[in-house]
Design a protein around this ligand. Structure first.
Ligand code: 13P
Ligand code: SF4
Length: 369
């Protein structure tokens, strides 16, 4: 068996797969799935496009998919239709005999790329110098494996958008202060839900390596240090969208992902992970009108599945997650047919040195959440 090294460089889809049409890839994917049987598990994140997610054995938010990976002992090959950090997490939580495959290695996450080890170590030094007592590092799961390992090695943990509140509560039981990265907004929105006032949060700007102090704010006030990172998809939902839809539809329910800005989350009726968003729509009575602030593939799928409700995107201009979108049915077919040939391409492997501490951080979350 020949394996490619796991990095973000995509060598490119072989020419024979590039221009395959639906009537060719559809049947071949089903055939490959059938031949691989129990050895294969295809999982898909809710933001994955319809033409790919239709082949997933399981779908979920990042927490559900991490749990699933942890329990998927029978699968020799886990094909992860999602983004790089999700596949890394699956590799950390599965045995060394199981192979996790990302159909396009360029399916990264622009938010995860906003924090690297050197920056986090610089920040940690500044935090240690400036603040007394204990700071607990919490990384959003949207981060590289070595940053999860940093948290594991420094008494911290991982969180996802579905358990951030529980994990921040846990962290405050371990120390006086939290360093939260890389998403400022999930951190801020969760801390606000825990009734932490703005005056007790400070933004750390990783580009200038400075703290963005509020007027009159002092280090001893600070309970949460927020990395200045964001999601390029969720930053495109604004108050103007909320205001104009509320004006047009007075009974509309605004339902957003907590990666949206603080004012949008404050103005929404509800906020939560992709799984939470789905559960709210599924439980709603007919004729409910929704403005949903999250990735468009999920919003469109919900609109199709619930014609009895009126489901709109909070931003009428389509916002796909461009990296997630990279995974096409042609990529899926390619990785499946290479497995059938006895090869593995696009395997994601996290070295045991990193995985050891990253697993500690992930297990803290899996035990609590
Ligand atoms: P979920 O945890 O809700 O799946 O969100 C993951 C993500 O990347 C959202 O942008
Ligand atoms: Fe990353 Fe945003 Fe895409 Fe989620 S939607 S994977 S946070 S870029």
């Amino acid at each position: 068996m020949g394996y490619m090294m796991s990095d973000h460089i995509q060598t490119g889809l072989p020419a024979e797969y590039m221009n395959l049409k639906e009537n060719e890839w559809y049947g071949r994917i089903l055939q490959a799935k059938k031949q691989l049987g129990q050895d294969l598990l295809i999982v898909g994140h809710h933001y994955q496009r319809d033409d790919v997610i239709q082949f997933a054995d399981f779908t979920g938010d990042s927490f559900k998919l991490a749990r699933l990976a942890e329990k998927a002992e029978q699968a020799k090959f886990i094909v992860f239709c999602g983004v790089h950090f999700m596949a890394e997490t699956a590799d950390i939580l599965t045995s060394s005999a199981q192979k996790v495959i990302l159909p396009d290695l360029n399916a990264g996450c622009s938010m995860a790329d906003m924090a690297d080890m050197e920056q986090v170590e610089d920040c940690w030094t500044e935090v240690t110098d400036l603040f007394g007592g204990t700071t607990i590092p919490i990384t959003y799961v949207n981060s590289a494996a070595n940053l999860k390992a940093f948290c594991g090695a420094n008494g911290g943990a991982v969180c996802t958008s579905s358990n951030a509140k529980k994990m921040l509560t846990w962290a405050f039981e371990q120390g006086e202060r939290i360093l939260f990265f890389p998403d400022e907004f999930l951190g801020r929105n969760t801390a606000t839900a825990l009734e932490i006032p703005d005056q007790q949060m400070v933004v750390y700007n990783q580009a200038s390596q400075t703290f963005e102090w509020l007027p009159g704010q002092k280090p001893e006030d600070v309970k949460v240090i927020l990395w200045k990172g964001f999601c390029s998809v969720h930053q495109r939902f604004h108050m103007s969208h909320v205001d104009s839809l509320r004006k047009q539809y007075p009974t509309i329910k605004v339902l957003v992902h907590p990666e949206c800005s603080h004012e949008v989350v404050n103005a929404a009726d509800l906020s939560g992970s992709t799984e939470f968003i789905i559960s709210q729509v599924e439980a709603a009575p007919p004729d409910t009108i929704w403005a949903i602030g999250t990735e468009i593939n999920l919003v469109s799928r919900l609109a199709k599945a619930h014609p009895e409700q009126r489901i709109l995107s909070l931003n009428p201009i389509v916002c796909p997650c461009s990296t997630m979108y990279r995974i096409s049915p042609q990529h899926l077919l390619w990785v499946l047919e290479t497995i059938l040939k006895g090869e593995v391409v696009n395997q994601i492997t996290v070295s045991e040195k990193i995985a050891h501490h990253a697993r500690i951080a992930l297990n803290r979350m899996l035990q609590i959440a």
